[in-house]
Design a protein. Structure first.
Length: 423
C-alpha cells in the first residue's frame, strides 16, 4: 500500500515556507512515510528549473531526488525513497453565466517536458511568473481543453471543491453541478478533491458525485504539513498506475482525512466577530452577521446541505481514516505546543524508535508506543484511531480544534505551522 499526497506548493507560491524545496519535501515525505508526493507549482519557470536540476527519472513518469541533494536523517529507519510526480494548481477567475467564478484546479502530468509545453501555452494567456499558483482569466472548460490538447495523459482534478471562495462548488463563486462548470468536457473529469473541511461521508450525500473518485491531499504550504490529507493506493509504482487509480478507481483504496470539523471553512460564520453559526442560524440572520452587519461566510457543511439529495449517514464503499499529525497528538498528550522543543524532541525520538509517522499513527502496536513514549501519548494515539475525539468546528478561515482528552490545554490546533525541526 502506498500513500500519495498530490496537491502541495513550492516556495514560489504566496504564503509558503521558504523550506518548500525538493530537499525538504523529500525529507518530510520520508519522515511521514509518503511514497508519492506532488511537485506542486509546475507552471513556475524557476521551480521547473530547480526540479530539472535536482530530480532524476525513476519509474515511468515519476522522479526521485538526486542523491547529492538528499538531507541525511538518521531518525527515520528504513530505505524508503519518495517519488515525485509533476503537479500544479491553477486559479481561474472569469465570468460565466453573469457571475464571477473563482475555481482552483489541480493538474497532474506524466513528465517535466509536458509541464514545459503547458506552461509555454499558459504564459501567452496570463502571468505565470509572479506566483507558483498562477491566476488566469481562463474558463475552466477552456483550461481543461488546453491541457488535454497538449497532454492527453494529464489528470485534471477540481481542487477542494467545497471551499467557499475558490472552488467548483464554492458558495460565493462556484457552480451547482460539474456540468455547469465543464460543459461538454465533463466526461474528462474523473475525480474531485474533497478539501480539508469535508470528508467522504459529506460528499456521498450528493448523488451527482457518485461517478467521480474522491481524492484528498494536504495543499501543504510547508513541508511539515505534508500528509495532513492523502490517498491510499494499491498500484504499480508508475504514472500509469497513479492515473488508473485516480481516473478509474483501480487501486484507489481510500483516503486519509482531516476531521472535517477541523477544517477552517467547515461551518458558517464571521471570524472578525468570533461568530460560528449553523446553516439554520445563517438563514435566520439572512446571511448577515448580527454583530457587525457584514456578510456571513457560508461554510462547507451548509453548501453540502444545499446540494445534497441524500440524508446524513448514507454510505458508499471506499475506506477512509480520520487522522491528525503526530506532532499535534504528542502536543495534546503532553500539554504543550506542537512547535515546542519538547514536542519536537519526542517526535524525532518516536520516529527513530518506531518508524515513519503514518506507521505510528495507523499500524504501530499501542504497546510499542507506550514502551517508547509513555502511557499518555499511547492513549492519545489509541483515542485518535478509535475516533474518540471532541471537535470544535472551524469557520470563516479559522481552523477548528480537536480534543483528545477533553481538558483545557490538550486541544489540537491547526492554525499555526509547526516550526522546522533542527536537522
Amino acid at each position: 500500500m502506498y500513500i500519495a499526497d498530490l496537491h502541495i506548493h513550492s516556495r514560489y507560491s504566496r504564503a509558503t515556507s521558504k523550506e518548500c524545496t525538493p530537499e525538504h519535501l523529500d525529507l518530510w515525505a520520508r519522515r511521514k512515510g509518503i511514497h508519492i508526493v506532488g511537485t506542486g507549482d509546475f507552471t513556475h519557470p524557476a521551480w521547473r528549473e530547480e526540479l530539472a536540476e535536482k530530480l532524476t527519472p525513476a519509474e515511468d513518469g515519476l522522479y526521485v531526488l538526486k542523491e547529492e541533494y538528499r538531507i541525511r536523517d538518521d531518525s527515520v529507519p528504513g530505505e524508503m525513497i519518495p517519488r515525485f510526480v509533476v503537479t500544479g494548481e491553477i486559479s481561474s477567475i472569469y465570468k460565466k453565466n453573469e457571475k464571477v467564478r473563482k475555481v482552483h484546479s489541480v493538474i497532474i502530468l506524466p513528465g517535466l517536458e509536458d509541464a514545459e509545453r503547458i506552461a509555454a501555452k499558459l504564459e501567452q494567456i496570463g502571468n505565470i511568473h509572479s506566483d507558483g499558483r498562477p491566476i488566469l482569466g481562463l474558463d475552466c472548460h477552456d483550461l481543461l481543453e488546453i491541457i488535454l490538447e497538449i497532454c492527453p495523459l494529464s489528470i485534471y482534478v477540481p481542487a477542494h471543491i467545497w471551499t467557499p471562495h475558490f472552488s467548483m462548488f464554492g458558495a460565493f463563486s462556484g457552480f451547482d453541478t460539474v456540468e455547469e462548470c465543464f460543459g461538454d468536457l465533463t466526461p474528462y473529469i474523473h475525480a474531485v478533491e474533497t478539501g480539508l473541511s469535508s470528508d467522504p461521508p459529506m460528499n456521498w450525500r450528493v448523488s451527482a458525485l457518485d461517478r467521480f473518485r474522491l481524492i484528498s491531499n494536504s495543499d501543504a504550504h510547508s513541508p511539515a504539513k505534508l500528509g495532513r490529507e492523502a490517498n491510499l493506493l494499491d498500484i504499480p509504482m508508475s504514472y500509469e498506475g497513479l492515473s488508473q487509480a485516480i481516473q478509474m478507481g483501480k487501486g484507489l483504496y481510500g483516503t486519509i482525512e482531516f476531521f472535517p470539523e477541523e477544517g477552517k471553512y467547515h461551518m458558517d460564520g464571521h471570524r472578525k466577530c468570533s461568530l460560528c453559526l449553523s446553516p439554520s442560524d445563517t438563514m435566520k440572520y439572512n446571511g448577515v452577521c448580527p454583530v457587525c452587519g457584514r456578510r456571513i461566510t457560508i461554510g462547507v457543511s451548509h453548501r453540502v446541505e444545499d446540494l445534497a439529495d441524500r440524508p446524513e449517514g448514507y454510505v458508499r464503499a471506499k475506506a477512509f481514516e480520520n487522522l491528525v499529525p503526530l506532532q499535534e497528538v504528542i502536543a495534546a498528550s503532553m500539554g504543550c505546543s506542537a512547535a515546542s522543543k519538547k514536542a519536537q524532541k519526542e517526535y524525532m525520538h518516536m520516529l527513530s524508535e518506531l518508524g515513519a509517522e503514518f506507521e505510528i499513527l495507523r499500524t504501530c502496536p499501542i504497546e510499542d508506543i507506550r514502551r517508547v513514549s509513555g502511557a499518555r501519548i499511547a492513549e492519545g494515539v489509541r483515542r485518535l484511531r478509535e475516533g474518540q475525539v471532541e471537535c470544535t468546528p472551524g469557520f470563516d478561515g479559522e481552523y477548528g480544534t480537536i480534543r483528545l482528552f477533553g481538558t483545557a490545554g490538550t486541544e489540537i490546533k491547526q492554525d499555526i505551522d509547526i516550526l522546522p525541526l533542527i536537522l
